[in-house]
Each structure stands twice: as C-alpha cells, then as structure tokens.
Write a protein that binds this ligand. Structure first.
Ligand SMILES: [Mg+2]
Length: 271
C-alpha cells in the first residue's frame, strides 16, 4: 500500500473510533432520564403526588384561612382561590430534550432549549392534566409559574393547551421569567388577588424564595424549617435530571466544563 493511502486509512479508522467513543461516553443524565421515561416508579410517584394534591384541594377550598404561599399576607380569606404549579418537570415532561442531550453529547444551551420549547410537543407529567382540570372545574384558577423566559410564553401556552391543560381566558395564567429566577416576587403578585391553595413543583424554589441558588446545606435546613408544609400545602415531584439540587453541587457555576462539574460532584459522595 502506498504511504498516502495508509495515512488516509489510519485517519478514517481513528475517526470511527473517535465516533464510537463519543456515543458511549458516560453521561450523568443517562440513569436519571431513563428513570423518568421508563420506570413505572416515576409514573407512580407522579400519580401519587397529584392524587395527594387533589385530596388537599377540597380541604383547602373549604378553609378560608388556608394559604400555601409564604408571600400571602393581609386579608386574603375572601379572595378567589388559585393553585400555582411550576411547568417543567411538574406539568410538562421535557425528558426527550434531555435524551437528545445524552445522545448528542451536548450540554444544556439556551439555543437548544428555545428550539425544544418552540416545538411545543412536551407531553404531560402523569396525573397533572387530571388535577389541573379538576381544580379548574371547581372554580380554582390554575397558574403556571415558570422560569422559562418571557419570549417562550406563547410557545408554552401552546404546549400546555395541546397537552390538555386548562388556561384562563380572563387573566394571564402562564407567568414566565422577566428578571429574577426567584419566584417569590411573582408568587407575591398572584397572592395579591388570589388565595393560594397549593404549590406544586419539582425544584424547591417553586415553594419558597430562600431555596433558589442556595448552598445545599441551606436548602436542607429550609426543608426542615418548613416541615409542616410538605405533603400538606406543598407537593414535590421527583426530578433526578436537573435542578438547583444539582447546580448546588458545583456552586451554580454553570460555565464550568462538564469534567470539572463531575469532579466536584464526586467529592460530594458520602462514604
Ligand atoms: Mg421545574
């Protein structure tokens, strides 16, 4: 074989090896996404969460002194009732987006995320549609409070509608992010006009302000401080794929290379 031909062959073979290495590179998302997509345990957990929510809703409706929002102040007993749900991994299942990240060895980017959101094809989390419609039929306004950016409001509304979620025609119930990712101020605003019966989310920032971008230790302390809320006024859905729980492990330094994030995560393992 002539020398250039050998070189070309070596190049092509190494390219193939490179490709197969690429597709089999370990990815921390793999088990998490498969659990959400394939395990009957995830499905059961979500149904369980929404069943609890449905049972609590009636109780909350009847008790005019009931509020689930720490931001609710003043005389709220006569305000119309509302529930506040987060969107991603609470009512909409974005696991196909995560699955694509795994297969393409890609990391989260706003460009990829916007593209996925604009497709508006996320399916509903099990139990979510039934719960939201149950609430709406009882005259409860259903708010979707999300940290999706404002330019995704229309696409989000379209996706929610397509998936069967109730949307109000009287008031804007899809509340996206304008400035801060802290949902406290937006909850406060809703609480000025509605009595908040329940908060439902997958990230603890969906329940109280202090969780957002806080260190793990503080997040754990807050869980204990609000012990009485879990399962009574606040309903949490499991999300092992992403969230502040994971970002806290690398101190919310999103720009760190994946290998550095992984090194920091390994240090957090309890032995
Ligand atoms: Mg979420």
């Amino acid at each position: 074989m002539r020398k250039p031909l050998i070189l070309i062959t070596v190049f092509i073979v190494s390219l193939f090896i490179g490709c197969s290495e690429q597709s089999s590179r370990p990815n921390d998302l793999l088990n998490a996404v498969l659990w959400m997509q394939q395990s009957s345990e995830y499905e059961a957990s979500a149904l369980q969460a929404y069943k609890i929510a449905q049972n609590l809703l009636d109780k909350a409706l009847a008790d005019k002194n009931w509020t689930a929002a720490l931001e609710q102040t003043g005389d709220y007993a006569q305000l119309p009732p509302a529930v506040i749900l987060d969107v991603d991994e609470t009512v909409l299942d974005n696991s196909p987006f995560e699955a694509n990240l795994i297969l393409n060895n890609a990391s989260f980017s706003n460009t990829l995320w916007d593209k996925w959101c604009n497709e508006a094809r996320a399916e509903a989390v099990p139990g979510a549609v039934e719960f939201c419609n149950y609430a709406a039929e009882k005259g409860v306004t259903v708010f979707y409070l999300t940290n999706r950016r404002q330019h995704l409001t229309e696409a989000t509304r379209r996706n929610l509608q397509k998936a069967g979620f109730p949307l109000s025609d009287k008031t804007e119930t899809v509340i996206t992010r304008t400035d801060t990712g802290d949902k406290g101020p937006r909850r406060h605003k809703i609480a000025e006009n509605y009595r908040i019966l329940l908060l439902i989310g997958d990230n603890n920032g969906d329940f109280a302000s202090g969780f957002t971008k806080a260190p793990s230790a503080q997040r754990h302390k807050m869980v204990k401080d609000y012990r009485d809320y879990w399962g009574t006024k606040w309903i949490v859905l499991p999300n092992p794929s992403y969230g502040d729980w994971e970002s806290a492990l690398y101190e919310y330094n999103y720009k760190l290379p994946e290998t550095d994030k992984r090194a920091l995560k390994l240090k957090k393992l309890r032995l």
